[in-house]
Design a protein around this ligand. Structure first.
Ligand SMILES: *[C@@H]1O[C@H](CO)[C@@H](O)[C@H](O)[C@H]1NC(C)=O
Ligand SMILES: *[C@@H]1O[C@H](CO)[C@@H](O)[C@H](O)[C@H]1NC(C)=O
Ligand SMILES: *[C@@H]1O[C@H](CO)[C@@H](O)[C@H](O)[C@H]1NC(C)=O
Length: 400
């Protein structure tokens, strides 16, 4: 599944340190221009530091890891990378919903190539390349795909949720899709629908809008989503279906209204609907009626909450906490340099690494198709001339 492929963390082993009980020297690189990727990277870095490892991390944002824990952390930021994307006119994730699957694959490929070009030109990348010449790392953890905090806000949010007598819903489209790109006309429709609810709504909205915000709605630029979803009054989340939001909703057992835009969000949405834990909302045909229908269905039909609670208890039932598993995976690659978590690139031939075999098959298929078309046309032409010839012979023999 695409979401799995996208979030695979690739571990490349450089040198082999006999046991992993010694502190490891770990390089963590997170260069995807998507704030959510920075979030999980930071969790992994913390987990590794807590185990006493030495970490050098380079990511898209500054780190919040400070104090004693940061004693063995060195850190750099791919300077200006996020700025490049946020400022670019044509970087508009909200518009990607229009793309078909094949075009999306091509588009993502181009985007990632483009990201690499941009990343490699940053000062941090140049310094990193210099550094790897002299510093030896035991393991490199790299995101192979190609949040801003407003402290003090949470207190107001908590009061707002505490006082939600009829429950509350949360609206968050993650960190990439911006409401400003979704458009004011759609926002107006959403406001109209929300004003008819007796529930309170906490809405992560990135722009100031020229409309009156109903009394039951609180607009925030950012929210601590995990804490918010833990609040007892939160009954549902309206999400874009990104993998991290999906996992968070499942973990907390909160049913979803899912309005996907691109890549893994669409299959995630399908799975959530199929499991009976969410309602799909189509951004293209968004109307006050469709919003109200989705919200009311998720809030008042108990099956969604029931199914989500069940799914949550299955999801949480695991032999080892996810962060421990991630830290273990990093240590595992060091203990087993040829083990299953090592990048397959190491054992692939030049032909496989460069997809020559794939291109060969594609070319061959194309060639066979062309050849078939050629022979069919040739056959038809022959048939036609034979027919004409026989017909004219027949006429001649009749005349004779
Ligand atoms: C940092 O590394 C040193 C040497 O490995 C170790 O003694 C120390 O406990 C580490 N600090 C933290 C906070 O883990
Ligand atoms: C609740 O939703 C489920 C799943 O969509 C549906 O099968 C069921 O009929 C609904 N119940 C009511 C009372 O609408
Ligand atoms: C891992 O594989 C490489 C190359 O295939 C080999 O040279 C090396 O000895 C192997 N290391 C271990 C620990 O098996």
């Amino acid at each position: 599944m695409l979401s799995c492929v996208i979030f695979i963390v690739c571990c490349i082993l450089i040198s082999n340190l006999g046991t992993a009980s010694k502190p490891l020297s770990i390089l963590v690189i997170q260069h995807i221009p998507s704030p959510s990727h920075h979030v999980w990277t930071e969790h992994l870095v913390k987990g590794l530091l807590r185990k006493g490892h030495h970490v050098h991390a380079v990511s898209i944002h500054e780190t919040k890891v400070k104090g004693k824990l940061a004693q063995n952390l060195t850190y750099a930021v791919f300077d200006g990378l996020m700025h490049t994307y946020e400022e670019a006119e044509d970087y508009n994730p909200a518009a990607w919903k229009e793309y078909g699957t094949l075009y999306m694959m091509h588009f993502m490929y181009q985007l990632i190539i483009n990201t690499c070009d941009t990343v490699i030109k940053t000062k941090a990348a140049k310094e990193l390349l210099e550094m790897t010449k002299s510093v030896e790392f035991d393991v490199i953890v790299q995101d192979i795909t190609s949040n801003h905090c407003f402290y003090g806000l949470w207190e107001d949010v908590r009061v707002f949720l505490d006082e939600a007598k009829n429950g509350a819903i949360v609206i968050s489209l993650g960190t990439n899709v911006k409401w400003k790109d979704v458009g004011l006309d759609k926002i107006k429709i959403v406001i109209l629908a929300l004003s008819k609810l007796k529930q309170r709504v906490l809405w992560k909205l990135d722009i100031d809008v020229p409309f009156e915000i109903p009394n039951n709605v609180m607009v925030v630029k950012w929210m601590p989503q995990s804490e918010v979803l833990s609040h007892k009054n939160v009954k549902a989340i309206w999400t874009h279906g990104g993998l991290l939001s999906t996992q968070e909703a499942i973990w907390k057992g909160i049913p979803v209204i899912v309005m996907p835009f691109f890549t893994d969000q669409r299959p995630n949405a399908r799975i959530l609907v199929a499991k009976g834990v969410g309602i799909h909302l189509n951004i293209k045909t968004l109307s006050a009626q469709s919003i109200l229908h989705a919200v009311e269905e998720v809030l008042y039909n108990e099956s969604y909450t029931r199914n989500m609670k069940q799914l949550s208890s299955e999801f949480r039932d695991r032999p080892i906490p996810p962060l421990d598993l991630a830290v273990w995976s990093v240590e595992y690659t060091v203990r087993h340099p040829n083990g299953t978590l090592v990048t397959p690139l190491r054992s692939q031939s030049w032909v496989e690494q460069n997809l020559i075999d794939v291109y060969a098959i594609l070319f061959l298929s194309f060639f066979i198709i062309l050849l078939s078309i050629f022979f069919v046309i040739k056959l038809l032409i022959n048939f036609y001339y034979n027919y004409m010839y026989t017909a004219s012979n027949l006429r001649k023999s009749k005349q004779a």
